[in-house]
Design a protein around this ligand. Structure first.
Ligand SMILES: Cc1ncc(C[n+]2csc(CCOP(=O)(O)OP(=O)(O)O)c2C)c(N)n1
Ligand SMILES: [Mg+2]
Length: 395
């Protein structure tokens, strides 16, 4: 049996038994899901890329359990676990990996683009650092509408070097947005170790110069992650002060399924595996008398069966029809009104894409154009017209 390191949280700080068991069950669900996803990828059931978060379960579950239902969560391409932790149906998450119509995004997103608006899980983004400005946008919307919601934005240690990081920290602090930024510091950006990609390796300090204070949690310890994220969300929500949390964790698998892992030693991986969040937290619950060893095994067996069901569901779901290829690409005129919206679907560039540089007089006069350029929608501020845009270009 692998040697295990004791958790940093004192047993007296464990949550109520039913809460603790739910945390463990969710971490198990993510672990077993991820393992099976890797197998399905090897069997070519899953296309594209596949990034597993095995080892990072305590960071995912500890932080998301600090959220309220109405709060927003946004993460990266390593996000199957985030969808599951937020309560998305495992059947539909697996079907999304398989690219099937019953997938969370009807098979259009795949592994990197999970999205579940109902659960306020806003993705799933492939562009490193691309989710930070979006998170600030959600927080701005909540703030503007006077709603008591907060946003949790998770991204990697590598993403903290992106330009979007500084830009977003600045505006979030300037506009007092209710957002918590969490760096999932798993020690690597692809094959580059933290000390080789970031001049500042105390990542919690990277927001300070922008007015965003930092906190750190043990991302291998679910109770500590929960505690620190709860505190950060309270500050963001009540004091309108964005916070940066560094969750120190590790991924046990390669960056993606295509990673030969030549940049780290087996010894280092083994050292971190002693801190496996599922094993350590499970042990702690058994020692505290919250869970029997047999119950723990039963939970695991039930989890494996649940994943069997998800795979069967995904396999039985049809592939999307080629006829649907152009669905959900354009914003149609009857969905969002504006001069940019389109009113028909074609496989060729829509005429709307050519309208930016046209003189107003030459524009086709559809209902959408009439409304947006000062028509009778009574909606207050008029949408920008191509003429406005042309004017701005000249500036
Ligand atoms: C803008 C951008 N640059 C480069 C990449 C290629 N890329 C994909 S993942 C990755 C590493 C990111 O590391 P980190 O932010 O630490 O996240 P982790 O993969 O460790 O979860 C890179 C460079 C990308 N997807 N987007
Ligand atoms: Mg990383």
């Amino acid at each position: 049996m692998t040697e295990r390191v004791a958790p940093s949280t004192d047993p007296s700080e464990l949550p109520e038994p039913d809460v603790a068991i739910e945390w463990l069950r969710t971490m198990m669900l993510i672990r077993r899901f991820e393992e099976r996803a890797g197998e399905m990828y090897a069997k070519a059931k899953v296309g594209g890329f596949l990034h597993l978060a095995i080892g990072e379960e305590a960071t995912i579950v500890g932080s998301t359990r600090a959220l309220r239902d109405q709060d927003y969560l946004i993460s990266t391409y390593r996000s199957h676990g985030h969808a599951l932790a937020r309560g998305s149906d495992p059947d539909r998450v697996m079907a999304e990996l398989f690219g099937r119509v019953d997938g969370l995004c009807r098979g259009r997103g795949g592994s990197m683009h999970m999205f579940d608006l109902e659960k306020r899980f806003m993705g799933g983004y492939g562009i490193v650092g691309g989710n930070l400005p979006l998170a600030a946008g959600f927080a701005l919307a909540s703030d503007y509408l006077g709603l008591d919601e907060a946003t949790l934005c998770q991204f990697g240690d590598g993403a903290s070097n992106q330009g979007t990081f500084g830009e977003t920290m600045n505006l979030a602090a300037l506009w007092s947005l209710p957002v918590v930024f969490m760096i999932t510091n798993n020690q690597f950006g692809m094959g580059t170790a933290l000390e080789r990609h970031s001049a500042v390796t105390d990542l919690l300090r990277k927001g300070e110069g922008f007015g965003v204070p930092g906190m750190r949690c043990d991302g291998m310890d679910i109770a500590d992650t929960y505690k620190v994220t709860t505190e950060a969300l309270k500050i963001a929500r009540e004091e309108r002060q964005p916070v940066l949390v560094e969750a120190v964790t590790y991924r046990f698998r390669g960056h993606s399924m295509a990673d030969p892992e030549e940049y780290r030693t087996k010894e280092q991986v083994d050292e971190w595996r002693k801190r496996d969040p599922l094993a350590v937290f499970g042990d702690q619950l058994v020692q505290a008398g919250i869970l029997g060893e047999d119950e723990r095994e039963t939970m695991d067996r039930e989890t494996v069966e649940r994943i069997d069901q998800a795979v069967a569901f995904a396999d039985a779901s049809p592939h999307p029809s080629p006829n649907d290829l152009y669905d959900d690409i354009y914003v149609l005129g009857d969905q969002v009104r504006g001069w940019y919206s389109v009113d028909e679907r074609t496989p060729t560039p829509h005429r709307g894409e050519d309208e930016h540089g046209m003189d107003r007089a030459d524009l086709p006069q559809s209902a959408e154009h009439a409304e947006a350029s000062g028509g009778d929608d009574g909606g207050g501020a008029a949408a920008p017209t191509p003429t406005d845009d042309a004017q701005r270009d000249e500036d």
